[in-house]
Design a protein around this ligand. Structure first.
Ligand code: PBE
Length: 267
């Protein structure tokens, strides 16, 4: 039959997510940096919108290119692959860091300790995300905590129960961050804290920590995904380092597509 290029088949579109995502900025940069992507465009939408398009394409075995990331259940629900990114514009293996407002150690030393000691693995986060699909993030967090007492005891080492203390976390709306925030919320609540979690765009999250409007976040994807926000505010928060290592962003396609690299896409 006629040899129609992948570009023609997908209408030179990469299916993106929310305009405010770090990944959206990286994807725009990627289209600008790769000569062969001239004339291509990023179709911004939302994560549910992107996942709906992916689901539909896979059902019809049609080609599709999305902006994807891991940890996410899309990789366990579908047979997908990351396209190689030889220019590295979508970042390599990344971390998720914990950032706190400047006076937190002084104002809430116990809470600071927990945030500082919070560390888990991608498999842990995935387990919560997966379970939450069937139940809720709240239930999934409780279940994970019940099954991982040792880990939780490491995080809360040195802490005692409190009364009447409040902690506010800024987060982002993605499932990975709903998982981490829900788990921390439950752990803080068990210790007697009243917890507020506010999901916002990454730009607002960084601004809120830097201005001290919220106490902390465990949702900073670094060094690449949120690099522009990090650079803008880095003098005004305390970086407690990684709470998880091994995240990744990329252009993602169904495994049945016969391409391996961003450079295989033709203008
Ligand atoms: N993500 C998931 C987010 C962070 C978590 C990769 C879609 C982003 O800001 O792009």
């Amino acid at each position: 039959g006629k040899n129609v290029s992948i570009g023609e088949q997908v209408d030179y579109k990469i299916i993106g997510i929310e305009p405010g995502a770090g990944l959206t900025e990286l994807s725009e940069n990627t289209i600008a940096e790769y000569q062969n992507l001239q004339g291509w465009e990023l179709e911004e939408s939302s994560t549910p919108g992107m996942l709906g398009s992916l689901e539909q394409a896979i059902r019809n075995e049609e080609p599709i290119i999305i902006t994807g990331w891991t940890p996410h259940w899309m990789f366990s629900s579908y047979d997908l692959k990351f396209l190689e990114d030889p220019k590295g514009t979508l970042g390599g293996m990344e971390n998720i860091n914990t950032l706190v407002r400047k006076d937190l150690a002084k104002d809430l030393p116990d809470a600071y300790t927990l945030l500082d000691q919070f560390y888990w693995e991608p498999e842990d986060m995935e387990a919560v995300m997966y379970e939450a699909q069937a139940t809720s993030f709240e239930e999934a967090a409780e279940k994970w905590i019940a099954q991982n007492e040792e880990k939780v005891n490491e995080w809360t080492k040195g802490m005692t129960k409190v009364k009447g203390k409040e902690i506010e976390l800024a987060s982002t709306p993605w499932d990975s961050e709903r998982a981490s925030s829900s788990v921390l919320q439950a752990v803080f609540e068990e210790l007697g804290y009243t917890v507020t979690i506010t999901p916002v765009d990454p730009a607002i999250m960084f601004q809120a920590i830097a201005s001290g409007v919220v106490d902390a976040t465990v949702a900073a994807w670094l060094p690449t995904t949120h690099s522009s926000f990090y650079a803008k505010y880095k003098e005004d928060f305390v970086d407690l380092g990684e709470n998880l290592t091994g995240t990744k962003n990329g252009f993602v396609v169904p495994a049945y597509m016969d391409i391996d690299s961003i450079e295989d896409l033709q203008p």
